[in-house]
Design a protein around this ligand. Structure first.
Ligand code: ADP
Ligand code: ZN
Length: 735
């Protein structure tokens, strides 16, 4: 018999949608939330497809949930992300619907505002109510009663008469609707960029554009114009920011411009508020969301614009669960939703630059800082000639500049991308080094916490009095600098200055970090000592000096992205100096001032840096010229992991010839036209949480079906047993 059958995708780690018969009385459509029997329990899921067929052995859908359905474009996006990352579709779905399933959304809250009608009868209480609402204010009934010091009955009376009207409160209970205000008068290159982008939004077709310009050049003002045109044409917009850049400063700026708070989506938003936001987005009541990467999975109804600000930022890569890169997936979502996509950055990724140069993406540039303000004066301090005394990290010249900055009442920032006090602790008597018991990593001393900490697994132990190897007392020595140590030195040099240490391991998480960053902007301290967190998208109006304590640290690791990352981070952090009234100064302490990255930074010649770095990638056969994937094979026993890694290589070589994924024969040179397998080799951090890890790198020509190849290899190899795990990382960020 031909019955209606629903294929229901359930948010668990399975790839297939299970089939259920649809009961006669239940109207369901694709995208609906339903409850189905699963084994002995019930599960919630989404109707992925509807079809007709024989349903004799199928169980019935039990109920439909009162939640807005997932639109077609979002469902296709979930399929796409799953295929791309080789993750089960159910896992990707989970990212999209965990919120509405976990915390049932409360009904929309109503706010009260003035309507046109005049009250038939005026009383003092009524007068206070009308006064409290002023012009255009929307308040929740309870808040209004409090503000007007009257009983809620007074308000209800005015509503019944039509003097007051109710409306759905979008997010904040006291959101003020002041209407859209105009942005500043744009300068010619800003205006040209804005016109191009607003036209793209209006055309409602898929486009991707790189919006490049130094910090302060007005990128935000320009993309706000694009947001405005999405709103004017009745569409919705998403602005993605790295979590740490999602500050109240940014939200206030948005609110001032658009007269309405955007939906907020990041880790500090609690489950109930998230649920409310999710529903409001699905019902089109929230029109703009400002959020961290996971906001990409929100159920927008009519997405016309996606902005990825700071597109180069590594925070866009999710490493756990479903490993995806939100910038790349934003482009995919834009394609499926026919949206304009804007990638904004002062220091774009090589990938995006190459896409722009090869014409796949548009490219708009803003040339100067707004109002002709100049970039900070950059100079290097050669540590070979003018370094600090041994065991110290602040050179005399940097200290001098800090003294002058303090005297002017301005702020200094010391940047060092190393958390804790010292990266290595050893015993001076016997040479014993403190290593993490679970990882191949040294323990990092954190003096504020009086502990040794592993930065990979979080293992923590007290700093011992005596060396565990030789028993020697008081001989433990800190080697190398961490920000706590630099802070100690700064406090010694400037005992009267207010110093503040900022790094991601402060208790209180991102929310606390954002508060601290805002305090810095308000002038709460004189000297900030921070890791890369301080480099990201904040306005520090009082900051006029940036000192890079050790520019060479991140150049030294063996990762081919090291140059790009160092260039980006140093350019961003030095760009923090002198953003507003003053010209800033940046001093870069380095052992190798002639290094191409440092030289490009000092000369400000970003073009040359990009050209050289791009050429290196081309010659090395690295992304974006070739595609890359990493397979991490891990197990408690090293031998088990290694054996399986070898089995995967064998399976790859034994695969029948297939033109879509031809294996390169012989030495894998840069021009090999097939897929190249590298490894297995111990992963860069060989042991994490007591699991031994081996890595296989797979390089493929751009046109090759890399995912298809990996799927075939995994299927051909023996299935992993016991505690053995294989995880796939497409476009790994370190390689
Ligand atoms: P970016 O996003 O490139 O860092 P912003 O858009 O934040 O730059 O601009 C930096 C500052 O300059 C902001 O305070 C912004 O309001 C201001 N600004 C930018 N362009 C103009 C303009 N044309 N007129 C007035 N102020 C502007
Ligand atoms: Zn560890």
């Amino acid at each position: 018999m031909n019955r209606l059958i629903a294929d229901v995708l359930i948010p668990v780690a399975v790839d297939i949608a299970y089939s259920y018969a649809v009961p006669e009385h239940l109207g369901v459509a694709p995208g609906d939330f339903v409850v189905v029997p699963l084994g002995r329990r019930q599960a919630e899921g989404i109707v992925w497809d509807l079809r007709r067929g024989a349903a004799d052995n199928l169980k019935l859908i039990q109920a439909r949930l009162d939640l807005p359905p997932l639109a077609e474009d979002l469902r296709r996006f979930i399929d796409w992300v799953a295929r791309w990352t080789l993750s089960p579709r159910g896992m990707v779905l989970r990212m999209a619907i965990r919120t509405p399933l976990q915390a049932p959304p409360e009904p929309p809250r109503l706010g009260v505002m003035r309507a046109g009608v005049l009250p038939a009868r005026m009383t003092p209480a009524r007068h206070r109510v009308l006064e409290a609402l002023g012009d255009g204010l929307v308040l929740a009934r309870k808040e209004l009663a409090k503000k007007a010091a009257c009983s809620p009955n007074v308000i209800d009376g005015l509503i019944d008469e039509g003097t007051l009207a109710t409306t759905v409160l979008v997010d904040e209970p006291d959101s003020v609707r002041e209407g859209i205000s105009h942005g500043p008068t744009l300068e010619p290159d800003q205006a040209a960029a804005a016109v191009e982008l607003t036209n793209q939004v209006r055309r409602q077709t898929f486009t991707v554009t790189l919006l490049e310009g130094v910090t302060g050049s007005g990128k935000t003002e320009v993309y706000f114009e694009a947001v405005a045109s999405a709103l004017e044409t009745g569409g919705h917009a998403l602005i993605l920011l790295p979590e740490i850049a999602l500050t109240a400063q940014f939200l206030d700026r948005f609110t001032t411009r658009f007269g309405e708070r955007p939906g907020e989506w990041h880790s500090a938003v609690g489950p109930r508020r998230r649920a409310r936001t999710w529903r409001a987005v699905a019902e089109g009541r929230i029109k703009v969301v400002v959020g961290a990467r996971s906001a990409l999975f929100l159920p927008f109804r009519d997405l016309r614009l996606i902005v990825v600000d700071e597109e180069h930022d590594s925070a866009y890569k999710q490493e756990d669960g479903v490993p995806y890169h939100a910038r790349d997936m934003a482009v995919v979502r834009g394609q499926l939703s026919k949206s304009a996509v804007i990638l904004a950055s002062a220091t774009p990724s090589i990938e995006t630059r190459v896409n722009a140069e090869q014409g796949r993406y548009g490219h708009l540039r803003l040339h100067a800082r707004h109002g002709g303000r100049v970039l900070p004066a950059l100079s290097a301090i050669d540590l070979r000639k003018a370094g600090p005394s041994p065991g110290k990290w602040i050179s005399p010249r940097l200290a001098q500049a800090m003294t002058e900055t303090l005297a002017r009442g301005e702020q200094s920032l010391l940047f060092l991308n190393r958390r804790g006090y010292a990266p290595l602790t050893l015993c001076r008597l016997c040479g014993h080094r403190f290593q993490c018991p679970h990882c191949t990593a040294w323990l990092v001393e954190h003096r504020f916490r009086k502990a040794l900490v592993c930065h990979h697994c979080g293992h923590i132990e007290p700093v011992p009095e005596a060396c565990p190897a030789c028993g020697g007392l008081h001989h433990l020595t800190a080697c190398g600098p961490g920000i706590e140590r630099v802070a100690e030195e700064a406090a010694e040099l400037f005992p009267n200055a207010r110093t503040l240490v900022l790094s991601s391991d402060l208790p209180g998480g991102t929310a606390r970090m954002r508060d601290e960053l805002e305090a810095v902007a308000q002038g709460a301290c004189d000297i900030v000592i921070g890791t890369q967190l301080v480099a990201k998208g904040h306005n520090f109006p009082l900051l006029s000096l940036v000192g890079v304590v050790d520019a060479d640290i991140s150049l030294a690791n063996g990762d081919p992205r090291a140059s790009e990352r160092t260039f980006q981070i140093l350019r961003q952090v030095t760009g923090r100096a002198g953003r507003f009234e003053t010209q800033g100064q940046a001093l870069i302490q380095t052992w190798q001032p002639e290094h191409p990255v440092i030289a490009a930074l000092l000369s400000g010649d970003a073009e040359r840096f990009y050209a050289e770095e791009t050429e290196q990638r081309r010659r090395g056969g690295l992304p974006p010229f070739r595609r890359l994937a990493a397979l991490i094979i891990s197990a408690k026993e090293a031998a088990v992991a290694e054996r399986h890694a070898r089995a995967l290589v064998q399976a790859a070589h034994a695969m029948p010839p297939n033109p879509a994924y031809l294996l390169a024969r012989g030495a894998p040179g840069p021009d090999a036209d097939g897929i190249v397998l590298l490894g297995p080799a111990p992963a860069p951090i060989t042991v994490i949480r007591a699991r031994h890890r081996f890595r296989l790198l797979i390089k493929a020509p751009r046109g090759a079906d890399l995912q298809g190849f990996i799927r075939a290899v995994l299927a051909a190899a023996p299935p992993p047993r016991g505690d053995l795990r294989v995880s796939v990382d497409i476009d790994p960020q370190s390689f």
